[in-house]
Design a protein around this ligand. Structure first.
Ligand code: ATP
Ligand code: MG
Ligand code: MG
Length: 536
């Protein structure tokens, strides 16, 4: 980073905050607005201010030179962006990636060459933007809101770091999203569309699609994946208004991966990977870099693409993390223990995807544990699927739990117990620190009680959803543990995530021959909380 881009490292002006990373996070939190997301805050709400900010930060010209790939959609944006970044990095380019949300640390949103931006760089760029804005704001041009500030910061970082390509995920919607100040992307893409944020984006799939297609630009090719008819015709209409081509990328054929696995797990990732391949290819062609990467054989994937796809990573999406508490004591534990299956799904469609992923990997683990060479009566672990769930109170838990449970039971996986916990950190946490609740007695658990009621009703509505009808994978769980299974209550509310994890650890420790397979889902914040807690 050149000197000019570094913030002064001194104490700052008298009375102004010290220029540290922690202080930057505090200032960032101060931009979080109190209003609820349902009040239409994103409906254009002074969108033009974004152009004022770019002027103030003198980013207008340099922004137009960024070679951006801009991605909107309901589901799969982050994954698609992660694949695209990894592909182009493996093709030899210096990459910048801006995604949302973050799980543990705000720096996860800004990746340079595949790595979270360092604290030093983040701190320097943060204060550079912050100080200039603070100096220039007035009644008509107030400080940007939280996400707008982050988007501006991303542009500053990518310009200053001179990235070859900037891959930018839309925060919410498209047309009025803070990232939509990008006027001349090289290529744009729309991932799978579905119902989410209807309070802001409209009630029909057509309306939602129209909003997302707001990122299309004249002269810029657009790509999407197969969509429900209503959404697709809305995308097509928008594309033809602008006179641009809209191409539908087919899901990646797994046979093209040379027997390797995608870096991100789950069937749906083949859809996201297909889109990432098309957009990367288009970017390479439009920037004049495709030569030497593509051969005549259009049926095969370039080797750089395969490396990129198989090596890409994104936390909290179909992520499997054995509890480090047990892996460090594995010699004493035997085959049991505790494994977390983390997926931040929080819409009905993604619940289905998440549930089929979990059911499949749960079965694979079963095969792995019951290795054919292992005698049947050896110390194999019994697999016990458990659910940890929470969701934001703007969502309908029934719309999430019902598809989750029916997809799992359809695949022969039945939860032994469901644990409902509040999120540990506040909704819009920005930093790496943890804001634990000071006094668990004071925690309001009424929302968790609502979720638990929904859970019970869902079970009562369909007795087949819980594990008293254990089949398939869990048949093995039953043997020898009948009594316990029956005594198990089907759900419990814990005042904190930490207490739920402690309970799980104690349970796994007591019963050395069971392996708890804990699916954590419903909220990305919850997933972030689990990662933060277990990695301590
Ligand atoms: N193509 C897809 N179709 C359906 N569900 C998907 C798809 N891709 C991802 N998901 C689900 O959505 C979750 C979030 O994935 P990802 O972060 O890639 O999407 P996103 O659009 O960035 O989401 P967010 O709205 O949280 O930013 C995943 O954990 C998975 O459950
Ligand atoms: Mg979303
Ligand atoms: Mg995302």
């Amino acid at each position: 980073m050149s000197k000019a881009h570094m913030a002064s490292n001194g104490e700052g002006e008298p009375g102004s905050p010290a220029r540290t990373y922690e202080e930057a996070l505090n200032c960032l939190s101060s931009l979080i607005t109190r209003r609820t997301r349902a009040d239409g805050a994103n409906k254009g709400d002074h969108f033009d201010l974004m152009f004022e900010y770019l002027k103030i930060l003198e980013l207008e010209d340099s922004m137009s030179r960024l070679k951006v790939i801009h991605v909107a959609g309901t589901k799969g944006k982050g994954s698609t962006c992660a694949f695209t970044e990894s592909i182009l990095r493996n093709c030899g380019f210096h990459t910048g990636l801006f995604t949302s949300p973050h799980l543990i640390d705000v720096r996860e949103r800004f990746r340079l060459d595949g790595m979270d931006i360092s604290e030093e760089k983040f701190t320097a760029y943060f204060w550079w933007c912050w100080d200039i804005l603070q100096e220039k704001i007035n009644d008509d041009v107030p400080m940007p809101t939280y996400f707008r500030f982050l988007a501006l910061l991303a542009f500053k970082i990518f310009v200053a770091e001179n990235v070859d390509v900037a891959i930018v995920e839309v925060g919410l919607g498209g047309k009025f999203d803070a990232t939509n100040v990008i006027r001349t992307p090289i290529v744009c893409g729309i991932c799978s569309l579905g119902y989410d944020h209807m309070e802001i984006l409209g009630n029909t799939l057509g309306e939602i699609a129209g909003e997302k297609a707001g990122i299309f630009k004249q002269g810029v090719p657009a790509y999407t994946v197969s969509q429900p008819e209503e959404a697709m015709s809305s995308l097509k209409a928008k594309a033809s208004q602008l006179g641009i081509s809209l191409q539908v990328a087919s899901p990646l054929d797994r046979g093209l991966l040379d027997g390797q696995q995608l870096g991100l797990d789950g069937e749906h990732q083949y859809i996201n990977a297909g889109l990432a391949i098309s957009m990367s290819r288009s970017w390479l062609e439009r920037t004049g870099h495709s030569e030497g990467i593509f051969t005549q054989n259009t049926k095969s994937l370039p080797e750089q693409f395969i490396r990129g796809l198989t090596l890409s990573r994104l936390q909290g999406r179909a992520q499997i993390v054995p509890d480090p508490y047990f892996s460090t004591q594995s010699s004493t534990l035997g085959p049991g223990g505790l494994v977390f299956y983390l997926d931040g799904a929080h819409s009905p469609e993604s619940m289905v995807v998440c549930a089929s992923w979990f059911s499949n990997v749960a079965k694979e683990t079963a095969r792995y544990i019951y290795h054919p060479e292992q005698p049947k009566n050896s110390s194999s672990a019994r697999l016990v699927p458990i659910l940890i769930f929470n969701c934001m109170s703007v969502r309908d838990p029934q719309m999430l739990l019902a598809p989750l449970m029916s997809t799992c039971s359809y695949n022969g996986v039945y939860f032994h117990k469901a644990l409902f916990v509040p999120n540990q950190s506040t909704f819009n946490k920005v930093g790496s620190f943890t804001s634990t609740q000071s006094n668990p007695q004071q925690v309001d658990l009424s929302w968790q009680m609502t979720i638990q009621r929904v859970w019970k009703n869902t079970i009562n509505g369909n007795k087949g959803l819980i594990d008293d009808k254990v089949t398939g994978v869990n048949e093995v769980c039953k043997q020898g543990e009948q009594r316990n299974t029956r005594n198990f209550e089907n759900s419990a509310i814990f005042p904190s995530l930490a207490s739920a994890i402690q309970w799980l650890r104690e349970y796994a420790q007591q019963k050395r021959t069971i392996r708890l397979q804990v699916l954590v889902t419903g909220s990305l914040n919850l997933v972030g909380d689990v990662l933060r807690l277990i990695k301590k």
